[in-house]
Design a protein around this ligand. Structure first.
Ligand SMILES: [Zn+2]
Length: 472
């Protein structure tokens, strides 16, 4: 059982995580916030903090750990962030546990398998607050509380607090900053959200978390188009801009992808980071199917472009990739093609029935990639992968490495985006590939940079270079 208390102020958030450990363990390792003020334990033999890591030994069943600290806000949407709208000076707080963000504001295990019953209590922040879990009525002006119906992992925690404008359309609620114009583009986004949600709810036959409302929070400049958390999906305002059919199809596919994650990714979640690919692939496929169904031929150009992806890059040390730039190494598009082939083989109805059964059987817990494939009644497959060969070039490496070093200070998703853009802007030729590979193999390179460069370089190396995995 976990209780996360956040007191939001202008300068920082005071955070307290209270954990009651359900079963005895020899060791338990928790990520803790940068500034820890107090740690309290009971039924635990030894506790030691070094940096952001709290190591606990001899943990009895029913042991209690309370970690209190302070979290400075990140300027970007990663972990806990606060931003002031330059238009009207209003302040908003957003939290995302995804992509390693949880380690910034909650004492959480290092891994996606830390699912436990979670209550989030938030004070301060003003206006409207939404978070993963169902709001609990509290009399008076106490903290706003959210209690999960199912156990949640740290990476699934999401929160938005501030003077949001709230628009509800059926089961879908949209939060947007006050200054955002409420015009035709806005109502078109609301409309697509409702349609994507309805299509997915029909596909899965029901709502993933009972009556929980589905909330999307529009953010001005996050480093991704959308990020899912149970019942609290963060969405970029870039999805408001639709110039042509491709933009529209991307929007529908992205919104549907995030709705699909409410079942595959949230209701059932990956056991290890290396299992993320199957969940991304299934959400990607379902997003594409929703796009096909809802837009018909108008979605074809986007889907054609989206489905042409290079082989999946295998990083020299996948453990380093962990949560950094995960979308890049998870290979959603490549995994989606495998699941599309599986669906063609089984037939759409059986494919759907087996995934629904998986969601029922494992609701509130995790599944490995093998278990997901087994639920489909098929042998596990992995996308064609390219191992990145070792290239050493100390001269070429040094100058570039410095530039990538600085990327480690950014949140991983932004670093991935910038690294990829930088690589694409550099002069094509064998030189940049060689330099990129040298950086990839340098152990000092931040994981997000490794992931981003790996994803850029792998398709350029072509399939002739040591393909592994053996599946198509
Ligand atoms: Zn996804």
């Amino acid at each position: 059982m976990r209780t996360l208390r956040l007191a939001l102020s202008e300068l920082h958030a005071a955070t307290t995580t209270e954990l009651v450990v359900d079963r005895a363990r020899e060791h338990l390792t928790l990520h803790v916030p940068d500034v820890v003020d107090d740690i309290e334990t009971s039924k635990i033999e030894a506790a030691e903090v070094s940096g952001n890591i709290l190591r606990l030994e001899g943990v009895e069943a029913g042991a209690r750990v309370v970690v209190a600290g302070r979290v400075p806000y990140s300027p970007r949407v990663h972990g806990l962030s606060r931003w002031v709208d330059p238009v009207d000076g209003l302040a908003y707080v957003v939290a995302s546990g995804a992509l390693g963000g949880a380690a910034r504001f909650v004492a959480a295990e290092d891994g996606p398998d830390d699912r436990m019953a979670t209550t989030i209590a938030v004070s301060g922040g003003g206006g409207t607050t939404v978070a993963t879990g169902d709001p609990v009525e509290s009399p008076g002006a106490g903290p706003r509380r959210f209690m999960s119906r199912i156990p949640l992992a740290g990476h699934q925690l999401g929160l938005a607090a501030g003077p949001w404008r709230s628009i509800t359309d059926g089961p879908v609620r949209l939060l947007a900053r006050q200054s955002l114009a409420y015009g035709d583009d806005f109502s078109a986004l609301v409309d697509d959200s409702r349609r994507a949600h309805a299509w997915m709810a029909a596909w899965f036959a029901g709502s993933p978390l009972g009556g929980t409302a589905y909330t999307q929070v529009l953010l001005p400049d996050p480093p991704w188009l959308a990020m899912e958390h149970p019942g609290c999906v963060l969405v970029s305002e870039r999805l408001l801009e639709v110039r042509d059919d491709v933009d529209r199809a991307r929007r529908v596919a992205v919104l549907a992808h995030e709705v699909a994650h409410q079942w595959l990714g949230n209701l059932v979640s990956p056991r290890c980071w290396s299992d993320v690919g199957v969940f991304e692939g299934l959400a990607e496929l379902l997003g594409q199917l929703a796009c096909e169904a809802l837009l018909g031929p108008a979605g074809a150009a986007y889907l054609e472009r989206r489905r042409t992806a290079g082989p999946l890059a295998v990083l020299p040390s996948p453990a380093d990739a962990r949560t950094a730039g995960l979308a890049e190494v998870a290979g959603p598009v490549q995994h989606a093609e495998l699941f599309r082939a599986a669906r063609d083989k089984l037939g759409g109805a059986i494919f759907r029935a087996r995934l629904r059964a998986l969601c029922r059987a494992r609701a509130g817990s995790t599944a490995s990639a093998e278990e997901v494939w087994a639920a489909l009644g098929l042998a596990a497959r992995t996308p064609v992968a390219v191992d990145l060969p070792m290239v050493m070039d100390p001269e070429g490496r040094r100058g570039r490495a410095r530039r990538w070093d600085a990327m480690g200070e950014l949140d991983p998703a932004t670093a991935v985006r910038r690294v990829r853009a930088t690589f694409r802007a550099s002069r094509p030729g064998p030189g940049r590939v060689r330099d990129a590979l040298a950086v990839v193999h340098d152990p000092r390179t931040p994981p997000a940079v490794t992931a981003a460069l790996g994803a850029e370089v792998a398709p350029l190396l072509g399939p002739s270079l040591s393909p592994s995995g053996g599946h198509g």
